[in-house]
Write a new protein. Sequence first.
Length: 213
Amino acid sequence: MDNDTLPRLRAEASRDDYASMARLARALFESGLSARQVLRECYAVDLPREFFALAEDGPWHLGLMTTNQPWRLAFPLERGGPHPEPNSLDPVERRLFALDPDLLPLLHLPVDDEAPMEELPVLCYRLSELQERRTTVLGVPGTATHRDEVARRGDSLLAILRDFQAEDLRELERQYDDQDGWGVGAVQEEHLDGARAMLERIDRLRNEVTSYG
């Protein structure tokens, strides 16, 4: 990499253009930076330990639909590096960025199995809160058009995911206990086992983050 490449990529990078951010992130990895250092360069703020715990563990193990940024920028070179192009939900992220550039969208919360993914609520950090070392999480509808639709959801991403998964497990257990038969759509033991395993996974990640200090 020549001496002009990184300054040029920094100048070109814009959060409303995922590909430009991916080019910068890859070049930063190639310069020897870690994922934490790369994202610090990209967003001018340190992302919290809970984010990296989830990123390293693999959020797909929890059935989460993550945003393109910052997750896809955090892949180190040994894992293929940052994906060069965003997925189909990129317009939602760009719309939320235009609504409030202080928001850093994180994932789509699957509160309704019937709703299109782009309409699901999106959990976000605030960059200004992260700057103050607070992991406050905001929720905003994927279709939001006004800043007053942004609402505080909790103190940390893992805490919110823990509550969400615990409620999902309680509902599955209720359906399992109440159902009369084993027809189509019936809750099976493996559904309960899977939900319990995801809750245990979140608890393990929370313990890791707490132990990390």
